[in-house]
Design a protein around this ligand. Structure first.
Ligand code: UDP
Ligand code: MG
Length: 337
C-alpha cells in the first residue's frame, strides 16, 4: 500500500476524531522528540514506513509528529524535507533545547489523533511494536498501553541499581505506583491525553503524571534496541537531577522528614537538658562535656542547613511555577497547506 495515500480528510475536526468506536476513522499520532538526531532520523523514517502501512491496513491512519527540541545539527533541515513528502509528516521546532519533557508536552498538545503514542527517535523503542500496542488498546479496551524495559541487565551495574532504587523509593514516598523499568514509550487514547494536558505544571515528570491521572493501563515488557546512530543525551548527572525532579514533583516526604527530625531533635535535647540539670544538682558543674557541646552544634547546624536546602528546592519550584513561563517556545512548524 502506498503510504502517500494516508490522509484523513477531517483530521482537524475533533468530533470526528474523537469517536473512538469508529475504527475506520482512527488516527494515531506518532510523537517523536528529537534532539540532535540527524544521523538516526533517516533510519527511523525507513523503519516507521512499513509500520504505518500495517496500521493503515488495520483501519488506523497515522500522522508522524516530530518535535525538534532545539537541535543544532541539521535535524530541523531533515524535518522540513520530510514534511514535504506528502506522507502526513508534521513537525514542531523549539527555539532552543527545552528538554524531552517539554517535547513530550508539545507533542501531546499538537497531536491531532484520537490515539497518541510517544516514541524515541533512536529506534530504542522498536516501532515494530506499534501494531501490537494498537491491537491491545482496541481489543483489550485499554486507555493506555505502556511499555517497560525487561532488559536492565544490558545497562551498567551502577545505572541499573540506581534506577531500580529510584523506582522503589519513589513508589514508597509518593502515592505513585510506577513499574520498575517504566519508559515514556506509551500509547494513549485522546481522553487520557486530554487528562494529561489538563495538568498545568511546568516541572513535568511525565511518568508520574501518566500514573497520577489514572485510567486503565496495560503494561507490556519490551527489549530496548541498540541505538544505531547518534548518542544518548542522558549523562548520569542529568539522570540524578531528573530523579530529584520526580521526587520534588510527586512527594512531600522530604519535607515531612524535616519536621520529624526537628521533633526528634527537640525531644532528645529536652531529655538531655533534664539529665544535665539533675546531674548538675547532684554532682555540681564540672567543665567536662565540651566535645559533646561542639559536636552537637556542628550536627544541628548541618541538619538545619540540609533541610533549609530541601525547603529551598521546593521553594525554587514554586517560584518557577508561579512565573508561569511557557514550558517551550515554538519557532517553526511545517507549512500549512
Ligand atoms: N531528547 C529530546 N530532548 C533532550 C534529550 C533527548 O527530545 O533534551 C530525545 C532524543 O532525541 C530521543 C529521546 O529523547 O529521541 C531519548 O533520548 P536518548 O536516546 O538520548 O535517551 P536514552 O535512550 O539514552 O535514555
Ligand atoms: Mg535512546
Amino acid at each position: 500500500m502506498d503510504i502517500n495515500q494516508i490522509t484523513i480528510e477531517n483530521a482537524d475536526n475533533k468530533d470526528f476524531n474523537r469517536q473512538e468506536n469508529m475504527l475506520s476513522a482512527s488516527l494515531l499520532s506518532i510523537i517523536v522528540p528529537c534532539y540532535n538526531e540527524k544521523d538516526v532520523l533517516p533510519l527511523f523514517l525507513e523503519a516507521i514506513r512499513p509500520v504505518r502501512a500495517e496500521l493503515q491496513s488495520k483501519g488506523c491512519a497515522t500522522e508522524l509528529l516530530f518535535i525538534d527540541d532545539g537541535s543544532n545539527d541539521g535535524t530541523l533541515g531533515l524535518l522540513r524535507e520530510y514534511s514535504t513528502l506528502g506522507e502526513n509528516i508534521r513537525y514542531v521546532s523549539f527555539s532552543k533545547n527545552f528538554g524531552k519533557e517539554a517535547a513530550i508536552l508539545a507533542g501531546l498538545k499538537n497531536a491531532k489523533g484520537n490515539f497518541c503514542v510517544l516514541l524515541d527517535a533512536d529506534l530504542q523503542h522498536p516501532p515494530g511494536l506499534l501494531p501490537k500496542m494498537y491491537d491491545e488498546m482496541i481489543n483489550g479496551g485499554f486507555d493506555s498501553v505502556a511499555m517497560y524495559r525487561n532488559d536492565r541487565k544490558k545497562e551498567g551495574f551502577f545505572r541499573r541499581h540506581f534506577s531500580s532504587f529510584f523506582f522503589k523509593l519513589l513508589n514508597r514516598l509518593s502515592k505513585l505506583n510506577l513499574v520498575n523499568g517504566a519508559t515514556d514509550f506509551r500509547m494513549m487514547t485522546r481522553t487520557m491525553v486530554d487528562a494529561v494536558l489538563s495538568l498545568p505544571e511546568l516541572n513535568r515528570f511525565s511518568k508520574g503524571i501518566f500514573s497520577w491521572v489514572g485510567f486503565n493501563t496495560k503494561w507490556m515488557p519490551f527489549e530496548t534496541g541498540e541505538r544505531p546512530a547518534g548518542k544518548s543525551k542522558w549523562s548520569f548527572g542529568k539522570l540524578v537531577s531528573y530523579s530529584f525532579d520526580a521526587f520534588l514533583s510527586f512527594s512531600e516526604a522530604p519535607l515531612k522528614l524535616c519536621s520529624w527530625l526537628g521533633i526528634i531533635f527537640c525531644i532528645v535535647s529536652f531529655i538531655l537538658g533534664i539529665y544535665h540539670l539533675i546531674k548538675t544538682l547532684i554532682f555540681g558543674d564540672p567543665v567536662a562535656g565540651f566535645p559533646t557541646l561542639y559536636l552537637m552544634m556542628l550536627l544541628m547546624g548541618g541538619i538545619v542547613l540540609l533541610f533549609l536546602g530541601i525547603m529551598g528546592q521546593y521553594l525554587a519550584r514554586i517560584y518557577i511555577e508561579i512565573k508561569k513561563r511557557p514550558a517551550y517556545i515554538i519557532k517553526e512548524t511545517e507549512k500549512q497547506e
